[in-house]
Structure formats: structure tokens, C-alpha cells
Design a binder for this molecule. Structure first.
Ligand SMILES: [Zn+2]
Length: 335
């Protein structure tokens, strides 16, 4: 580490690079002049080292990376074009101290416009798009950050609350929504769609931020929130008071005679002679819409398509349920 420090100290002026965003509540972490009093454990050391390297990196010069992109057109292959991208580090700058960023280098031959290269081999490969992965606590946190929900201090807590209340649970594959979570979400969407919107949360976060800066009063923001929530909460209270629990149940997809053929939730949609719940109906719609693409591009019959979906590991559970249902009962409208 001392060689990195010497390099920085040899500079005339020391000015750290500042991030774009400002967060007065959470100033940047930096190493103090003191050495750790006790021997650090390996995990502690790793974090400490990362912070120190990051700190030193802010004083380093910019890194310089050269990249080149060649585009080839192949007339013999129906005028398709192919791209070749090369990249190399010209000057490592801060990358030499902050080793956690990996710039992939790939060397490509020097070419100029008009050069011809031979087509060595052509192969046609069918690939399948992969569905997005389930959220993890870390990726959920990043998503909240990207849409402006919560602050550094509150985001993790918001997620924990969702777990504690039983709306979410963690699995090896990632976070999944519980039955309670699904029902709560449906009920909220139907009763108070506006409450579920990212904009509302963000608006209030911004208002709170303005309170902090002294641009508006706490009382004003609290009143805004009350004004917004009061009529909605009164509505629920009324429903409970008038013993209209059935109405709430209905919204939560319970207390109905019609059951989804795949899962037993309330089957509000009828397709192919089955009743399907909201979730399985969405899966069904997805399967049918995507089939059009498969028919056009690969000329598959609906039977062949379903057989293929059965085999693909990337197909989600709800789609699998619907496929099973369709396979057992024969396809009507599509085949
Ligand atoms: Zn269902």
C-alpha cells in the first residue's frame, strides 16, 4: 500500500474525485491515521482494504481505455453484419490501486476500412432468452436506489419489514412473494392503486428531504400525508363497520366458488374452458402471445411449442402449471 501512497504524495496537488450525488446524512468513509488496535479478521481486513484502496483511488489519475469496433458485412450470408470489439488499457490510472474493477482486455488485429477477411466457419445456433433472475436483498436494494425509494439509511429496513410481515420470503433462487404478499398486493392494487405507486413514495421522500433542508415544514408534510391517507383508511373502516368483509375478501381473491383450475385461487378468467386466477391467466396470455413469435420464426405447431416449453428450465412455475393443464386437457383455440 505504501507504494500507492508514495505515488499520490509525489503529486503537487491532492484533489479527490467527488461522486455525482450529495448525501449529507452519509458522508464518505475514509481511513483515519490510526492503525487498527486489534488484529483484523480476514473479512474485516477485506472490507478495510477495499475502503482504503477506494480512498486512495479517488486521488489517482483517470484510467485510459482504448476500444475499437470493426463492423464486417458478409454479402454471401444475406448481407448480415458482424461486429468485432477490442479493448485494451492504455494507462491504468486508478485501476492499479482499486483492483475490484475488472476491465476485460481483448486484442484484435489491426484492420482498415475495405480490408477483406475470409469466412472460416458458419454455424446457426438457437439460443433462448432467459427470464430475469429473482431479486435478492442486494439487487432489490439497488432497484430501490435506482427509482428513488428510501434513503441509504432506510432501504434495508424497508425490505426487512416486508420479510417480518410475511409478504416476502427468501429461497435459494432469490426472494419470492408469499401468498399473503400476493393477496395484499392485489387488494392494494384494487383499492388504492395510487398507494402502490413508486411516484407517491418518491414524492414523500422528496418532501421529507425538503423538511431536512428547511424548505418546508414538518407539519405541512405530515398534513399532506394525512390528507392523502384519511379518505382511503375511512373507506376500509366503513367496509369493516358495515360488515362488508366479504367485499374485502373478494378483493383478496377469497370467498369465491369459482376456483382456478391450476391452483385453487379465485378463478376470475375463463379460457379454453378453464377458470384461471389472475396469475395463471397472465401466464396463459404470455404463453399464447409468445407462441405467435415461435410460429412465425420457427414454424412450430402449438403442440410442438408446448412440448418445447415443458423442457425449458427457464419457464416459470406459473407457466408450467398452465402448460400441464393444457397438455392434459387438449388445446382448443390454438391447435
Ligand atoms: Zn391459479
Amino acid at each position: 500500500m505504501s507504494t500507492f501512497c508514495e505515488k499520490i504524495l509525489a503529486k503537487d496537488k491532492l484533489r479527490p474525485v467527488q461522486g455525482k450525488r450529495e448525501d449529507p446524512a452519509h458522508p464518505a468513509i475514509y481511513p483515519t491515521g490510526y492503525l487498527p488496535r486489534k488484529k483484523l479478521r480476514i473479512k474485516e481486513w477485506n472490507i478495510y482494504e477495499m475502503i482504503v484502496r477506494r480512498y486512495l483511488a479517488t486521488f489517482y489519475d483517470a484510467a485510459e481505455v482504448a476500444s475499437v469496433r470493426y463492423v464486417f458485412s458478409a454479402e454471401s450470408l444475406g448481407n448480415m453484419s458482424f461486429a468485432l470489439i477490442g479493448q485494451r488499457i492504455v494507462r491504468p490510472g486508478w485501476l492499479s490501486v482499486y483492483k475490484y474493477v475488472n476491465v476485460k482486455e481483448s486484442s484484435v488485429p489491426e484492420l482498415k476500412e475495405g480490408d477483406c477477411i475470409e469466412v472460416e466457419r458458419v454455424s446457426v445456433v438457437r439460443t433462448y432468452s432467459k427470464p430475469p433472475r429473482l431479486y435478492t436483498k442486494a439487487s432489490l436494494l439497488r432497484w430501490m436506489e435506482s427509482v428513488g425509494i428510501g434513503t441509504e439509511a432506510t432501504r434495508a429496513e424497508i425490505i426487512e419489514t416486508l420479510f417480518q410481515r410475511g409478504y416476502l420470503k427468501a429461497t435459494n433462487a432469490g426472494i419470492v412473494v408469499t401468498e399473503l404478499g400476493i393477496k395484499t398486493a392485489f387488494m392494494l392494487l384494487k383499492l388504492f392503486k395510487e398507494l402502490t405507486e413508486v411516484n407517491l413514495t418518491r414524492d414523500f421522500e422528496e418532501k421529507i428531504e425538503r423538511v431536512r433542508k428547511g424548505e418546508t415544514s414538518r407539519q405541512k408534510v405530515v398534513n399532506d400525508a394525512k390528507e392523502f391517507l384519511r379518505p382511503r383508511l375511512l373507506k376500509v373502516k366503513e367496509m369493516i363497520a358495515s360488515n362488508d368483509i366479504g367485499e374485502l375478501r373478494k378483493l383478496a381473491e377469497e370467498g369465491h366458488d369459482v376456483k382456478c383450475a391450476a391452483c385453487g385461487r379465485y378463478g376470475r378468467y375463463v379460457v379454453e374452458g378453464f377458470s384461471l386466477c389472475e396469475l395463471h391467466w397472465r401466464a396463459y396470455k404470455n404463453i399464447v402471445t409468445k407462441y405467435r413469435v415461435w410460429r412465425e420464426r420457427a414454424g412450430l405447431s402449438f403442440d410442438e411449442y408446448v412440448a418445447l416449453l415443458k423442457k425449458l428450465s427457464s419457464v416459470g412455475d406459473f407457466c408450467k402449471d398452465v402448460i400441464k393443464l393444457l397438455a392434459e386437457n387438449g388445446f382448443k383455440s390454438q391447435s
